[in-house]
Write a protein that binds this ligand. Structure first.
Ligand code: DX5
Length: 230
C-alpha cells in the first residue's frame, strides 16, 4: 500500500500494560519509560463491553508518580460517561471511548473536552470508519482496533489496513490535527503494514514483553521498523 498523506506525524510506541507484572505496576511504568516508550496505554475493561476485568482509576493513580509519560485510558466499558472524571483525576490525559459503547458519542467527546482532557474514539474491527466522520473536530486520536478487544496476545487482523488508510484520509482531507492509533497483534511482523497504512501511534503488549532481548530492544526494533516505512 503506498504511503498515505499526513503520515509525517512522529511515530509513537505505546505499550499496553496487560502483560506486565501486576504486583509491581509502578516499577513496570518506570521500566517502560527507561525502555524508551512514548506514552502508556491502560486497558480498562468492565467485564461487560468486553469479557475481561482490569484497572480501576485508583490502580492507575497509584502509578502516576512513577513516570512522567502521558497516560491514555482505553475505556472498553459499556457506559463511559460517569467514569470519565475519575480516570482523568487518576492522571490519564487522553481518554479513549468506544464508538460502539456511546449512545451520544458527540456529547461524550464534549464531556471529555470539558474536563480538560484529550478525547479519542476507538473502533472495533466490524465498525466502519464513517462512525467518526462527524466527530473528527472533537477527536485528538482515532484508535483502529486490529483485534477484537478484550485480551492480549491475539492475532493481528490485516484486513483493518484499508480502514486505517480511510481514517487517515478523512483526517487529512478535513485538515484535522488527529493521530491514528492501532492496537492488537502489533509486533515485528505486523507493524510495517499498519504504519504504511497511516497509523502513527502503535500499541504493543505481548510483542514488548516476550522479547528475549528485553523491553529496550523490543521498543527500538518496533520504532525502526515503523520508521523504515517512510
Ligand atoms: C486488547 C487491548 C490491547 C492488547 C494488546 O483488548 O486493547 O491493548 O492488550 O496486546 P497485544 O499487543 O498482545 O495484542
Amino acid at each position: 500500500m503506498p504511503t498515505q498523506p499526513g503520515t509525517d506525524r512522529p511515530f509513537e510506541i505505546a505499550p499496553s500494560v496487560l502483560p506486565a507484572d501486576f504486583s509491581k505496576l509502578g516499577d513496570e511504568c518506570s521500566a517502560l519509560e527507561e525502555a524508551g516508550v512514548d506514552r502508556i496505554q491502560w486497558d480498562v475493561m468492565d467485564g461487560q463491553f468486553v469479557p475481561n476485568l482490569t484497572f480501576g482509576p485508583d490502580v492507575i493513580g497509584a502509578c502516576r508518580s512513577h513516570t512522567s509519560l502521558l497516560f491514555e485510558a482505553h475505556l472498553m466499558v459499556l457506559d463511559p460517561d460517569p467514569m470519565l472524571g475519575a480516570y482523568h483525576d487518576a492522571g490519564c490525559e487522553l481518554l479513549i471511548v468506544h464508538a460502539e459503547a456511546c449512545r451520544h458519542l458527540h456529547r461524550t467527546l464534549g464531556l471529555i473536552k470539558e474536563l480538560g482532557a484529550r478525547a479519542a474514539v476507538a473502533l472495533n474491527p466490524a465498525t466502519p470508519a464513517s462512525a467518526v466522520a462527524h466527530v473528527l473536530d472533537l477527536t485528538d486520536l482515532v484508535l483502529v482496533m486490529t483485534v477484537n478487544p478484550g485480551f492480549g496476545g491475539q492475532a493481528y487482523i490485516p484486513t483493518m489496513e484499508p480502514k486505517i488508510a480511510e481514517v487517515r484520509k478523512m483526517i487529512v482531507d478535513g485538515g484535522h490535527d488527529t493521530d491514528v492509533e492501532v492496537d492488537g497483534g502489533i509486533g515485528p511482523a505486523t507493524i510495517e503494514g499498519a504504519a504504511r497504512a497511516g497509523a502513527n501511534v502503535l500499541v504493543a503488549g505481548s510483542a514488548l514483553y516476550r522479547d528475549p532481548a528485553g523491553l529496550g530492544h523490543a521498543v527500538s526494533e518496533l520504532r525502526t521498523l515503523a520508521e523504515a516505512t517512510r
